[in-house]
Ligand binder design. Structure first.
Ligand SMILES: NC(=O)c1ccc[n+]([C@@H]2O[C@H](COP(=O)([O-])OP(=O)(O)OC[C@H]3O[C@@H](n4cnc5c(N)ncnc54)[C@H](O)[C@@H]3O)[C@@H](O)[C@H]2O)c1
Ligand SMILES: [Zn+2]
Length: 357
């Protein structure tokens, strides 16, 4: 197992059974607890079966989906740990996407004032983003990730074997965060991603690309672990993205996070062209490529006011106006750009033209 990102303690594994066995030898067998959601348990738990530490280990399977990333599930996990004799020396292994990794990380970090946890992310989104960087937590009603703590996993173990069962939508959702990493940090990496066949993925190649993304996120987190400044670079595409995500949720036609980010990146590429001289040809090509991958979003001119309102409420804003991270050129990012309403509306209108063409 090779350590590929020190700050986030990420290890790439090409022999999962041997590597996890090794990692867990520091814990007595009865100290290991496994948390998964229904989907990750069904798709991935068998892969762990031959590892002695998981043989008969105490396992909690929680309901899947972000609706269940709530205080009730947190309480169930705490109770399960308590009922099954977890101690300060126990370790909680979170198997799954961002949902169980976020929630399990929080439960472990607060149970008995904090026990170890290990993440085994099984979605692309969790491998390149959610399982690393120390943000753990859960939703408070409709407020996403409202409660949480910064707490870094003991280890994050990455293996391509899990990704083969992901459906295309979840594949593309995580892929959007990889595109984001390319756009903010490495233009050559972005170009290789755009050329990647997402319909018939070459999983070895994908694993290499995932590792590149992890290294980019790790570099950003290393420079700014508590999101005081530079880490805002990772918010590229997310100011519009969160507004799209919430709008679609209100309308009971939810879209996956990565899709919302992809549409958000298209808007913020346009804004980068308008306000930061991003090359118009690059902007146009990137928007066309992303709209081919993600298809159209169900929004219209009539939604502009509501979207701007939603952006005002986004927690990234500091009261001076709406805050963006924009890219003056592919592979570079500038944070804390306050943008006025007319420019936001202009970018949305340009996006709508591409969205419906
Ligand atoms: N902590 C952070 O820094 C951070 C960053 C980004 C996102 N997040 C959080 O991550 C979550 C989204 O993550 P996600 O997209 O991984 O969602 P998810 O964990 O809900 O997984 C998506 C779906 O895929 C299923 N699944 C998981 N692994 C699978 C596999 N290998 N094969 C088949 N199906 C599988 C799950 O059961 C689920 O139904 C959100 O809660 C978001 O808030 C956190
Ligand atoms: Zn995101």
């Amino acid at each position: 197992m090779q350590e590929i990102a020190e700050q986030c303690r990420v290890f790439a594994s090409d022999d999962l059974v041997a590597d996890l066995s090794n990692l867990l030898t520091q814990y007595p067998q009865q100290a290991v607890f496994l948390l998964a959601d229904e989907g990750s348990f069904a798709a991935c738990a068998d892969i762990l079966k031959s590892i002695p530490h998981f043989d008969a280990c105490r396992t909690i399977v929680i309901a899947q989906g972000d609706d269940n990333k709530n205080i009730d599930t947190v309480a169930r996990v705490w109770q399960f740990l308590s009922d099954n004799g977890a101690t300060r020396k126990s370790v909680l292994v979170n198997l799954g996407g961002g949902m169980p990794c976020d929630l399990g990380g929080f439960c472990a970090s607060t149970f008995k004032r904090g026990i170890d946890f290990v993440n085994i992310p099984t979605t692309i989104l969790a491998q390149v983003d959610a399982s690393l960087g120390g943000k753990t937590g859960f939703n408070l009603g409709s407020l996403k990730n409202e409660i949480g703590v910064f707490s870094v996993a003991k280890a994050v173990v990455i293996s391509p074997v899990f990704l083969k069962t992901l459906n295309h939508e979840n594949f593309l959702s995580g892929f959007a965060e990889m595109l984001k990493h390319g756009l903010i940090a490495d233009a050559d990496y972005y170009n290789r991603l755009i050329a990647f066949d997402t319909f018939e993925p070459d999983y070895d190649k994908l694993h290499g690309l995932v590792c590149e993304s992890i290294k980019i996120k790790n570099r950003v987190v290393e420079a700014d672990p508590k999101e005081n400044g530079l880490r805002k670079a990772l918010n590229f595409g997310h100011t519009f993205g969160h507004a799209f995500e919430t709008l679609q949720m209100r309308r009971h036609t939810p879209i996956l996070h990565g899709y919302a980010v992809a549409y958000g990146m298209m808007c913020e590429l346009i804004m980068s062209r308008n306000l930061r001289n991003l090359d118009p040809h690059f902007c146009e090509q990137a928007c066309v490529d992303m709209s081919l991958l993600y298809g159209p979003l169900q929004v219209s001119e009539d939604d502009i006011d509501e979207l701007v309102e939603l952006m005002h409420h986004d927690k990234k804003n500091d009261g001076r106006g709406i805050n963006f991270s924009l890219i003056p050129q592919a592979g570079q990012v500038e944070v804390n750009i306050v943008v006025e309403r007319s420019e936001i509306e202009k970018a949305l209108r340009d996006f709508l033209v591409i969205n419906f063409s």
